[in-house]
Design a protein around this ligand. Structure first.
Ligand code: ADP
Length: 563
């Protein structure tokens, strides 16, 4: 508007001048008239230049706005510092990252915002920065008025004369990267824990095999029902429970594919919940109706899920309180809210009367490593959900502040009935005959296994690795005294293991009957033994009854043999 007024003013002045010039034309000589004309042209030229300048100015203003906007909305924080590290300029992102108005950053040394432990490091970094031609970078923590410190990477370039340098800093938020690094470390820790647990479980299983084998043998020499026989029976039960414990250790450390079989849920849940509740001041309300369907589940893994839920419930009520655990049958129709295929399911609920979970925490509780506890791993629920989903089920939660928490497990029901637990119904002892070759690197295991085989009526020959086993097998065939069965240990440190031995045995004798017996539970060979040519799998430890059953199924009973 102002400019238009100016232009009008200008136009009127020019008209006046034109009139005056007209009036003067007759009185002026030619030179003066030319001069006048030149002046006018010059004036117009100036006006045009002026116009051009204004246009350039507008363009410059627009470009400046654009660059300020670019500077402000850059995804990284940008700062310039003077040689003392005082902030001269800061973009909007820098303010947002540090959690302060940009104006609050200006005129203050950036050092003030740096975490106490990193202050010295930062001072050295700035001093170094000017001397590095390509700039320098550092990772440190910045304090924020609220919340935890911010992990940032700071990249620095220094410009300007040596006596008055200016540091240009880029602040990059690396919280996510740090989190990933932390997770990576935790995952590695868990992995090495898994390897360690696997090794311990393996050694344990070998020891338990010797214990169980010897207990089985001792029981044979005792009259049934005597106090000593009863004590031996109790020792056997304890050894079998120790086996379950190693199994659970492995499940916790590794997860792994579930080995599903029909499971009586009530008993399993009661036992699993009992462990963390031992000695705790909590009341347990337990309701599992007898007609509950068995679930198709991996006992170790399902036990782990129940334990995790019960541990969380106990931790939610540190002073004690009621924990309710119940099971129900559930028939799901197609298009159910759980998104599960229609069919029969077993539903298990674990409910506490703790403080409950608010919506913002609730959406994160299944994330790996999410925890609100000082000493929490944040893995319990993540592992539990992954276990339940690998079973083809769902793990859900229903909670609100002040209302406690209810976790529910939905598991597909098993088609078959759950077998009675092995330790209560010992397998019947079936005598047999013939030569059995035993390969195991553990002398203790070889010895007890040979004795157990003798006790069953077999003749046992032992080998400490695959090479020896192959030699003995070939020799026996040549001499016309072939083995009726071979029991192979899977892992032989420093020697030929079960898998390779089996391949070679099959080349020698395609009809070989071999049993794989490993102290490592849940190996691919143990799980899928037929694919590797084995006729049966007998995980360690086992007792006399289990050994006799496996051999009995594999070999025709002596009475049924022709001749
Ligand atoms: P952790 O127990 O190691 O923290 P979890 O994965 O088991 O790991 O649990 C994650 C988070 O879920 C817990 O830190 C807690 O905040 C919340 N949570 C789980 N169970 C309950 C519960 N029963 N009551 C209240 N909060 C719970």
């Amino acid at each position: 508007m102002e400019r238009e007024e100016q232009q009008q003013l200008r136009r009127r002045a020019e008209e006046k001048l034109d009139r005056k010039i007209d009036h003067l034309k007759d009185k002026l000589d030619d030179d003066s008239l030319r001069l006048l004309h030149e002046l006018k042209v010059h004036q117009i030229e100036l006006e045009m230049q002026n116009e051009e300048l204004r246009r350039v100015q507008i363009e410059l203003e627009q470009a400046r706005d654009r660059y300020v906007d670019l500077f402000d909305s850059s995804p990284v924080g940008l700062l310039t510092l003077d040689r003392n590290g005082v902030v001269l300029e800061a973009n909007r992102t820098a303010g947002e990252l540090i959690g302060r108005e940009r104006d609050h950053l200006l005129g203050v040394p950036l050092r003030v915002r740096v975490e106490e432990r990193d202050k010295e490091l930062f001072a050295q970094f700035l001093a170094r920065c000017g001397r590095q031609p390509g700039g320098d970078a550092i990772e440190l923590g910045l304090q924020r008025p609220e919340g935890p410190a911010l992990d940032v990477r700071i990249e620095c370039q220094t410009t300007g004369p040596a006596e008055r340098p200016e540091h240009r800093l880029a602040l990059i938020d690396i919280t996510e990267k740090k989190k990933l690094e932390k997770r990576e470390i935790q995952t590695q820790k868990i992995e090495s824990l898994g390897v360690m647990a696997g090794g311990i479980a393996h050694d344990f299983n070998n020891l338990l095999t010797a214990m169980l084998g010897n207990i089985s043998l001792a029981r044979m020499f005792m009259d049934h029902g005597t106090p000593s026989a009863e004590k031996m029976e109790m020792a056997e039960r304890a050894a079998l429970r120790a086996r379950d414990l190693t199994q659970r250790l492995l499940t916790f450390a590794r997860g792994g594919e579930p080995l599903k079989k029909p499971v009586a849920v009530g008993e399993l849940v009661r036992e699993a919940a009992g462990l963390p509740l031992r000695g705790a001041p909590h009341r347990l309300e337990f309701d599992f109706p007898p007609q509950l369907w068995p679930a198709a589940a991996d006992t170790g893994q399902l036990g782990q899920v129940v334990q995790n839920l019960v541990i969380n419930a106990i931790q939610a009520m540190p002073g004690g309180g009621e924990i309710e655990i119940w099971g129900r049958n559930l028939e799901l129709a197609a298009d159910n809210v759980l998104g599960l295929p229609p069919g029969r399911y077993v539903r298990i609920a674990v409910r506490d009367q703790g403080p409950g979970i608010g919506p913002e925490v609730l959406e994160k509780i299944f994330d790996p490593y999410f925890t609100t506890k000082n000493e929490g791993s944040g893995l319990g629920l993540a592992v539990s959900r992954s276990i339940v989903e690998r079973h083809g089920g769902r793990l859900t939660v229903d909670s609100a502040p002040g209302r406690g928490a209810r976790f529910e497990i939905y598991l597909p029901a098993a088609e078959a009935e759950a077998p009675a637990p092995a330790m209560e119904a010992p397998a019947a002892i079936e005598p047999g005959e013939g030569r059995v070759l035993v390969m195991d690197d553990e002398e203790m295991v070889r010895e007890v296994l040979a004795e157990l085989l003798h006790a069953l009526g077999y003749q046992a020959v032992t080998a400490s690795d695959g090479k020896e086993a192959l030699r003995l097998y070939e020799e026996a065939r040549r001499e016309g005294r072939p083995f009726v069965a071979v029991i192979l240990d899977l892992v032989v440190p420093g020697g030929m293991g079960g898998e390779e031995t089996m391949q070679k045995l099959q080349e020698l004798d395609p009809a070989v009957k071999a049993i794989v017996s490993s102290g490592y539970s849940d190996t691919p060979v143990g799980r899928d033994y037929r694919r590797y040519g084995f006729a049966a799998s007998l995980p360690k430890p086992y007792n006399l009854g289990q050994l006799s059953q496996v051999l009995h199924e594999l070999l025709p009973a002596p009475a049924e043999q022709p001749g």
